[in-house]
Design a protein around this ligand. Structure first.
Ligand code: NAD
Length: 299
């Protein structure tokens, strides 16, 4: 039988990812700061433990899927963190989207304990997490990539090696900046079309057979009624939270500032998502920028 895998952070993404590990026959040791989040995975046969340290005591391969940098620092280096109990030779894979400098810091701390830390953020959303079709962008020591790949292919179709630790995050931050820009663009375009008297379903059909087509228009359309099975069809519940998108755009802004890089549209997108967080959209899916634009114009 297969050796167990630890999984910490059973939220919108992590719960599905851990389920896919179980499906592939890996025993799973799970932990989340909200025990409620572990209920479903427990019913499916995972063993739930109280803290990251306990997970590290039981499993020498651990995946973390947490909201942001402070949570990752806590889960790895906190009082009950992974590094308090980590075994020599352990492989630690962080799939959260965080600051690349924090990934580098965690790798240094892990190395002191004789463990290897890799960053492996994902792209694809909750649907892809559910169906095991995520894309993983991996940074860290190349010799460990095969071991990382073995686990990540249970949860994703594409596992891409990017380079030294932190480069997976760099790739992810770039992708999400483009995603934010395209989502806002799709939302304002659809809204303009509706105001010009076009049926939103017809307009999206035309866009998707024309040069305006993008993931935000053809897979994750922000307009209610255009597609089924996406957050816009469900009052923007679930999916990828506006706060998380604002966080990723903040990371893009930080890294752009550090490298003196101009990101005019990335910066505007960051501010739009920040304003949304302050106006009650924080917990909604990021495609709710469509609803936000409609409210703005009604004032
Ligand atoms: P989420 O908020 O739904 O889940 C995070 C989980 O981590 C929660 O269950 C929370 O209780 C747990 N957690 C927080 N602090 C903890 C701690 N100290 N110890 C243990 N557990 C803790 O977030 P999500 O949507 O699953 O996203 C996770 C990461 O993946 C984020 O970095 C996000 O940017 C990224 N991401 C999300 C999506 C998406 O579509 N949701 C897509 C790609 C990448």
């Amino acid at each position: 039988s297969k050796t167990p895998v630890g999984f910490i952070g059973l939220g919108n993404m992590g719960s599905h990812m851990a389920k896919n590990l179980l499906k592939h026959g890996y025993p799973v040791f799970a932990s989340d700061i909200f025990p409620e989040s572990c209920k479903e995975i427990q019913d499916l046969g995972a063993q739930v433990l109280d803290s990251p340290a306990e997970v590290a005591d039981r499993a020498d391969r651990i995946i973390t899927m947490l909201p942001s940098s402070p949570n990752v620092i806590e889960v790895y280096t906190g009082l009950k963190g992974i590094l308090k109990k980590v075994k020599k030779g352990s492989l630690l894979i962080d799939s959260s989207t965080i600051d690349p400098s924090v990934s580098k810091e965690m790798a240094k701390e892990a190395e002191k304990m004789g463990a290897v830390f890799m960053d492996a953020p994902v792209s694809g959303g909750v649907g892809a997490a559910r169906s095991g079709k995520l894309t993983f962008m991996v940074g860290g020591v190349e010799e460990e990539f095969t071991a990382v790949q073995e686990l990540l292919t249970c949860m994703g179709t594409n596992v891409v090696y990017c380079g030294e630790v932190g480069t997976g995050q760099a790739a992810k931050i770039c992708n999400n900046m483009l995603l934010a820009i395209s989502m806002i663009g799709t939302a304002e375009t659809m809204n303009l079309g509706i105001r010009l008297g076009l049926d939103p379903k017809l307009l999206s059909k035309i866009l998707n057979m024309s040069s305006g087509r993008c993931w935000s228009s053809d897979t994750y359309n922000p307009v209610p009624g255009v597609m089924e099975g996406v957050p816009s069809a469900n009052n923007y519940q679930g999916g990828f939270g506006t706060t998380l998108m604002a966080k990723d755009l903040g990371l893009a802004q930080d890294t752009a500032t550090n490298t003196k890089t101009a990101i005019p549209l990335g910066s505007v997108s960051h501010q739009i998502y920040r304003v949304m967080c302050a106006r009650g959209y924080a917990q909604k899916d990021f495609s709710s920028v469509f609803q936000f634009l409609r409210e703005e114009e009604n004032q």
